[in-house]
Design a protein around this ligand. Structure first.
Ligand code: AMP
Ligand code: MN
Ligand code: MN
Ligand code: MN
Length: 287
């Protein structure tokens, strides 16, 4: 039975509500999923409840965006305590940063002649107010600024890291993201290492406390998958995987469950979370 440990809901930039995502996963007969929304845990309670009702395992998760030099490191966290005050304080700051950043990207688009309505942009946002590049891009599509054949080209022109309207995330270092996950009793995992495509940077993150690598990912070539699997084995990291399903169509093309890690990942993550919690209880908190 397939497992998907990387899926988004409309608590961040996915199309479906957490309950709909879990329902779709159950309908596909998946064994377990994790909703790993960007920078928020607002969808977790609903997802867990839906999982219990529908008889599918739901692992609490998050994906935190951190900026490293000219790339981004996305830190996944599994088995996090999503009621943790510290984690909620952090996610609140991240969302506030995202709203300010969204507004700045909106203003930059305006400078380049792309006149959107802020009300339209935020209409697609969650009650918490999560704004990402996807929200702005979908507003551009709705306003007729994106010829269908040029979807990717237009996205990259404005929203790639060196794009015209791109604004950096609120600054959180990968180290802070890793610690935040561990503080919340979760297992930090580096998302889509192939998108980073920089072994030096990955070794640094391993040194900073990453416990897993997302080996199975739709955009990874067979060579990359083998490379990261070997790296995970060499460093004793958990090899996780998922589709990064957003439900908007297009995405990365993989249907939920289409990039499944082996089943033993579930026990490995559970044991790693127990280890994180044991250590946390032994060490006096630094804060
Ligand atoms: P952000 O979290 O605001 O930095 O935006 C990153 C998000 O933009 C990714 O998680 C995707 O959901 C979305 N994204 C990335 N590339 C594309 C693309 N080519 N077309 C549409 N959305 C994209
Ligand atoms: Mn996204
Ligand atoms: Mn990501
Ligand atoms: Mn993702």
């Amino acid at each position: 039975m397939a497992i998907d440990l990387h899926v988004h809901s409309n608590a961040s930039d996915g199309a479906k509500s957490p309950r709909e995502v879990v329902g779709a996963a159950a309908g596909l007969g998946l064994q377990a999923i994790s909703i790993t929304d960007h920078d928020t845990v607002a969808g977790q309670a609903e997802a867990l409840t839906a999982g219990r009702e529908l008889g599918i395992r739901v692992i609490p998760g998050i994906e935190i965006s951190a900026d490293v030099r000219r790339a981004e490191a996305h830190i996944l966290g599994y088995h996090i305590d999503f009621a943790s005050d510290k984690l909620l304080t952090l996610t609140r700051r991240l969302i506030e940063g995202r709203i300010r950043r969204g507004r700045r990207m909106f203003d930059l688009l305006r400078d380049y002649g792309i006149k959107l309505e802020w009300n339209e942009v935020v209409k697609g946002a969650s009650p918490e107010g999560f704004i990402g590049r996807g929200h702005l891009f979908r507003s551009m599509i709705a306003a007729g600024y994106v010829p269908a054949a040029k979807n990717r080209e237009v996205f990259l022109k404005y929203f790639a890291k060196d794009g015209l309207a791109y604004v950096e995330h609120f600054y959180i270092t990968p180290r802070e993201a890793i610690l935040a996950v561990r503080e919340a009793g979760g297992v930090p995992v580096l998302a889509h290492p192939g998108r980073m495509n920089d072994d030096g940077a990955i070794y640094e993150l391993i040194g900073k406390g990453i416990m897993g690598l997302e080996v199975f990912y739709p955009s990874h070539t067979p060579q990359q998958q083998a490379h990261y699997l070997a790296m995970a084995r060499r460093f004793g990291l958990i090899a996780t995987g998922g589709t990064d399903y957003h439900g908007h169509g297009g995405d990365m093309g993989a249907p939920m469950g289409g990039c499944s890690p082996p089943e033993e990942v579930l026990d490995q993550l559970r044991l790693a979370a127990e280890e994180v919690r044991r250590r946390k209880n032994r060490e006096p908190s630094a804060h």
